[in-house]
Design a protein around this ligand. Structure first.
Ligand SMILES: [Zn+2]
Length: 281
């Protein structure tokens, strides 16, 4: 069933688990994530990122996501991931997304506050939740020059959190403490103290981005310290790629739909493995 962000976080907190948020830029991803969640009977968030507009336009994949969430046996929240402007968030809200993220984390603080507040005002008037980010993750997938950036300079500054929450009115806060988007080339160094410091200041749902590629123990630790929602995608997508390559090299079939089925199943297994870690007691 389709639920709000608050409802799904509440469900996660009751079960003392983190809720996984998975990007679903095509039908195979959608099936993989929803089947995995149903088989494990866990709540899940399916997300469309604005940077995937060229892979699947929001206007086309959005209604499919909402419809599949409604039909699911488990609670599913449909979320816009990394909205980059007001208009795109507005379009997701008009399609029935109960949750959107506006990401002005790379802007100056005052600009982040003002832009986020504008989205919050519109979203709340439509009963929709808003996630925003303070601090920033190192450059996105495969971004050149990421190594040149000192990641600690991008960490969330806990002292800004009370002012940011009071002035924006957001419903969930993404914090930066050492994870990155995409596939890690070197092992990430996480500053877990930031989670505890922010958690001590507020009860708001906290979100970790760049959830791929950190260790089992690190997942357990971030959840224990107060992370409610974990965004995960890159390693699931890579599992799909690896399976496509294997199927092609094994010459198992001449038809793409057979490869797509194998890919869906491989991504589903990957998603299940992750969901199990998030739901461990
Ligand atoms: Zn992210």
């Amino acid at each position: 069933m389709l639920v709000t962000l608050n409802q799904i976080i509440e469900e996660g907190r009751k079960k003392k688990i983190a809720v996984g948020s998975f990007n679903t830029p095509n039908f195979e991803c959608l099936l993989a994530v929803l089947e995995a969640a149903e088989e494990l009977d866990v709540p899940v968030i399916i997300a469309h990122a604005q940077c995937h507009e060229g892979v699947a336009p929001l206007s086309q994949i959005g209604p499919v996501m909402v419809e599949m969430a409604k039909r699911s046996k488990v609670p599913v929240c449909v979320h816009l991931d990394h909205g980059e402007d007001f208009d795109y968030c507005k379009r997701a809200i008009e399609l029935g997304f109960p949750s959107v993220m506006i990401d002005y984390s790379t802007r100056e603080y005052e600009e982040n506050v003002a832009g986020t507040k504008e989205v919050v005002d519109f979203a709340h008037a439509h009963g929709v939740s808003v996630e925003a980010e303070l601090g920033a993750l190192p450059q996105r997938e495969g971004g050149e020059g990421a190594a040149a950036v000192d990641p600690t300079a991008l960490y969330t500054k806990p002292e800004l959190v009370p002012d940011y929450l009071a002035r924006t009115g957001i419903d969930a806060l993404a914090i930066a403490f050492g994870t990155a988007h995409g596939i890690y080339k070197t092992k990430p160094v996480l500053n877990m103290d930031i989670i505890g410091k922010v958690r001590a200041l507020t009860d708001i749902p906290l979100v970790m981005h760049g959830g791929s590629g950190i260790s089992h123990e690190e997942y357990r630790e971030v959840i224990r310290r107060g992370i409610d929602k974990i965004n995960y995608y890159s390693y699931m997508a890579y599992a799909g790629y690896a399976e496509a390559k294997r199927t092609a090299e094994a010459k198992e079939s001449d038809f793409f739909h057979n490869m797509a089925l194998n890919v869906k199943n491989a991504m589903k297994e990957n998603a299940k493995g992750t969901m199990k870690v998030f739901a461990e007691k």
